[in-house]
Design a protein around this ligand. Sequence first.
Ligand SMILES: CC(C)(COP(=O)(O)OP(=O)(O)OC[C@H]1O[C@@H](n2cnc3c(N)ncnc32)[C@H](O)[C@@H]1OP(=O)(O)O)[C@@H](O)C(=O)NCCC(=O)NCCS
Length: 216
Amino acid sequence: MTMLDFSFYVTTPRLAITYFNPTKESHIDFTFEMYKDYTKVDENGNIEHIMPGRAAAIELIEARVTEIESTGYGRYCVSVLAPPSGPDDDTANRVQNATPVGLVGLNLRGPGTPPLPDIGINLLPSARGKGYALEAMKGLSDYYDREKGVTELLGYCDDDNTASKKVLRRAGFELLGERNIWVSQKSPAQVVTGEQPKSVLVWTRGLEKDPKDYGL
Ligand SMILES: CC(C)(COP(=O)(O)OP(=O)(O)OC[C@H]1O[C@@H](n2cnc3c(N)ncnc32)[C@H](O)[C@@H]1OP(=O)(O)O)[C@@H](O)C(=O)NCCC(=O)NCCS
């Protein structure tokens, strides 16, 4: 297990990709904002908020840190770079002051799912429609290619998610078809029991073998 270095970042022309930091106020605020309206149904059929407050946001960020530390895969924070404050403003400073707007991840889903990471992206509604999704996906996948030699990727999306389909295609993914995948498994560290595989569109990029060899 490698401890994360929170000074790590990757930049694209407009964005910074960093680890989520449980001690950084802007990351806690963002995580709360992102999920504050998300609900789930509990075992008694009651609707409950998954993000009732800041403590829950910190807990989720801590789980994300552990995920990347233990598996090398997970979800990263996407922020819009602050404009340079002057001629001497360095990139590290602009990253430090960047505004979180979403997350991008390469995720392994755990038992019963294909053994390749799938790329995922989620932006705050106010940050959509500006091409940030493609930029963030490229930034993260280039980093995994360059630093970790990871080039075989999947993408999962719902058939009615037009924006996601366009972005995956533009990022160089090819549509394989509809498959039943255990997408509810968030990660190897967070295996969900009692859920069913779901029918999703599967996209692939850079596969070296036949999709069937990966259970697809
Ligand atoms: C999917 C998502 C990441 C796209 O990010 P984005 O940065 O807004 O993407 P872009 O700005 O490059 O837009 C992508 C394209 O989708 C189109 N689009 C956006 N929302 C749309 C909608 N609701 N219906 C149809 N087309 C839509 C855009 O017009 C654009 O097409 P164009 O370039 O031909 O005009 C973003 O919408 C999002 O976070 N959605 C919620 C989470 C999600 O669904 N994630 C994907 C799960 S697999």
